[in-house]
Design a protein around this ligand. Structure first.
Ligand SMILES: Cc1cc2nc3c(=O)[nH]c(=O)nc-3n(C[C@H](O)[C@H](O)[C@H](O)COP(=O)(O)OP(=O)(O)OC[C@H]3O[C@@H](n4cnc5c(N)ncnc54)[C@H](O)[C@@H]3O)c2cc1C
Length: 312
């Protein structure tokens, strides 16, 4: 390909959706580049264990994503890491991607947005100040440093339950704090959490995180009785949901749904011809296998789009 010639498809995000899209696109002989602002793997790489990816069995999230990436490498596509797509503009028939604020400009005939979602914050005093000093949003990344210590996991959905179970294996005390009256995790987590001795506080709001150099306590308030207390912990791991990473979609002026997720049709096409979206950014069921599936669909649609351009 001549320098400056637009590639067929630029993929933004190397989680399950992006990697699968790259694999499908490359197998259709499209010219592909795939960028990730961090490292490959996306959120799945942060899952301690993944047990529901068909045909694989129980596997560490990071290992599953490394398997996907090596599969992609067999097709001569490598994820470009530390490459944030900081802007996308419509240019003529195609698009121009800005990498790392001007480091490189990449022309593309089509784009697949697979940017996933990011952590929702509690927005309580101490959260920002103690981030990286005991406050974290990723048990896999930061959890091992809490061996033998006490931690609070905030949010009793599946991700929170997953994290609490991980800490149950290595920590002396684990609290699982949930704002709602009932936990949101799947029934399958109930027994293991109980057996691991996790102390669950339901109907409980986190009102602050305390500590000087590092986290020393988390302040909670029972929403029914109004009783407030401080739980002595060394770490607070926050799992209260996700927000779509839709900055690029907004910049392109794509249609979003009422929660900010990118609206797509059954072919994962967005409201702008040539731009496709796949995975969590579309607001579909947030699961690795679903993201992989929609990545495959998006790449197939991108192929049809690029083929159409060539004919035209
Ligand atoms: C702790 C945890 C445990 C989970 N456990 C499971 C499980 O057991 N089973 C399961 O099926 N699912 C699980 N999930 C959900 C699953 O991980 C997600 O549904 C899946 O990762 C979605 O894939 P994705 O490719 O859409 O997005 P992501 O995996 O979020 O990947 C998006 C990627 O895009 C990159 N990116 C974003 N913006 C830019 C940009 N501007 N430029 C370049 N790169 C960018 C990000 O760095 C990221 O790597 C879990 C999630 C979490 C957080």
């Amino acid at each position: 390909m001549a320098e400056n010639e637009a590639i067929d498809v630029a993929i933004v995000g190397a989680g399950s959706a992006g990697i699968t899209a790259a694999l499908y696109a490359k197998r259709k002989a499209l010219g592909v580049r795939i960028f990730d602002l961090k490292a490959l793997g996306g959120q799945t790489a942060e899952a301690v264990w993944v047990e529901n990816y068909p045909g694989i069995g129980r596997i560490r999230g990071m290992q599953l994503m490394q398997k996907m990436a090596s599969h992609l490498k067999e097709f001569d596509v490598e994820v470009e890491e530390a490459a944030e797509v900081t802007g996308i503009e419509k240019k003529g028939e195609g698009f121009e991607l800005d990498i790392n604020k001007g480091e490189e400009k990449v022309g593309a005939k089509s784009v697949i947005l697979a940017t996933g979602s990011k952590y929702r914050m509690l927005n309580v005093p101490g959260e920002k100040e103690l981030y990286g000093k005991g406050v974290s949003y990723c048990a896999t990344c930061d959890g091992p440093g809490f061996k033998g210590k006490a931690v609070a996991v905030v949010g009793a959905g599946n991700s929170g339950a997953n994290a609490a179970l991980f800490f149950g294996e290595i920590c002396k005390k684990v609290f699982l704090v949930e704002y709602a009256e009932t936990p949101g995790f799947d029934a399958i987590y109930g027994k293991p959490l109980q057996e691991a001795g996790i102390e669950m506080l339901l109907n409980t709001q986190v009102t602050g995180i305390e500590g000087k150099e590092s986290v020393q306590a988390v302040k909670v308030k029972n929403r029914e009785s109004g009783e407030e207390k401080s739980l002595g912990v060394d770490g607070v791991f926050i799992y209260i949901g996700m927000l779509p990473r839709n900055a690029l979609a907004k910049q392109l002026g794509l249609r979003l749904d009422e929660h900010g997720y990118v609206a797509v049709n059954e072919g994962n096409a967005t409201s702008m011809p040539g731009v496709f979206a796949a995975g969590d950014i579309t607001g579909e069921l947030a699961q690795t296998v679903v993201a992989a599936g929609s990545g495959a669909i998006a790449a197939t649609s991108a192929f049809e789009f690029v083929k159409g351009l060539k004919k035209g």
